[in-house]
Design a protein around this ligand. Structure first.
Ligand SMILES: C[S@@+](CC[C@H](N)C(=O)[O-])C[C@H]1O[C@@H](n2cnc3c(N)ncnc32)[C@H](O)[C@@H]1O
Length: 249
């Protein structure tokens, strides 16, 4: 039996095939669309500074920047190679900073406050996800919003392989689908490690309600929420609870 003591997710390894595989995942494409609809509900001129925490290859932050072209964007991730992939997708003239840092450690340092904080599929991997939510609240500018999505249920690697493979075959045919899956074998093995770490309690697993409670306990007022990503993740748009109280008073 494999020892769990030294099991960890090699995000650098993941980064190599991340964008290729993730864009073959119809649930991820759908999540990008849902995220876009949520941040488009925020007045454009109120978003001047965006943070994408655990940004990976920058997909969510860089898409948000298309809708808020005047804003600056900070992509924070602990993995240099993930951010390296993000760098290739930036365009000249965009105000993007790439910051290699632990999520909670970054939030707890002195730094700017943000009018929009994005955090997609990163919280569950952190040693202190609830503390990170609280730290996020401290870095939210008055009137700002957070858009969060977190994997809460244990990954069923076979289910996801089936979803991605089915979509690939429909879009590109069987030979190309098999090639992509072969190139993505590291990705699949990282997903198996994620599932293992979820099962042994290293990674945070939660129901939708538990996630909402954690967001509220961190000092946020939930505006929108729903289950996404084939039932496995929770999407929440929230603002600071203090401001809501302030408005009422
Ligand atoms: C599943 S990926 C999600 C990436 C991106 N947000 C997306 O949805 O495409 C999780 C990301 O969290 C990052 N990560 C893991 N632990 C971290 C930590 N302690 N601080 C900052 N980022 C971390 C990983 O490097 C990886 O890029």
């Amino acid at each position: 039996m494999q020892s769990l003591e030294h099991t960890y997710v090699d995000w650098s390894n993941y980064s190599r095939s991340y964008d290729e595989v993730i864009h073959c995942n119809p649930a991820y494409r759908d999540l990008l669309e849902q995220a876009r609809r949520e941040w488009r509900s925020i007045p454009t001129d109120s978003v001047t500074r965006i943070l994408d925490l655990g940004a990976g290859t920058g997909n969510f932050g860089l898409h948000a920047l298309e809708d808020f072209p005047e804003a600056s964007l900070d992509l924070v991730d602990a993995d240099l190679r993930m951010l390296h992939q993000a760098r290739h997708k930036t365009s000249p003239g965009q105000k993007v900073r790439l910051l290699v840092n632990g999520a909670k450690e970054y939030l707890e340092k002195d730094g700017p406050s943000y009018s929009l904080i994005l955090c997609f599929h990163c919280l569950y991997t952190l040693p202190d996800p609830k503390g990170t939510l609280k730290a996020m609240r401290q870095r939210l500018a008055p009137g700002g919003s957070v858009l969060l999505c977190d994997l809460g249920r244990v990954l069923d690697v076979g289910k996801w392989r089936g979803i991605i493979f089915g979509d690939l075959v429909r879009q590109r045919g069987l030979p190309q689908a098999l090639q992509v899956l072969w190139r993505a074998r590291d990705f699949t093995s990282q997903n198996q490690t994620i599932a293992q770490l979820q099962r042994n309690g290293t990674f945070w697993i939660h129901s939708h309600e538990e996630f909402l409670s954690a967001v509220e306990e961190a000092g946020f007022e939930v505006r929108e929420h729903r289950i996404v990503f084939e039932g496995d993740s929770d999407l929440v748009l929230a603002t600071s609870a203090d401001e809501v109280t302030g408005l009422v008073n």
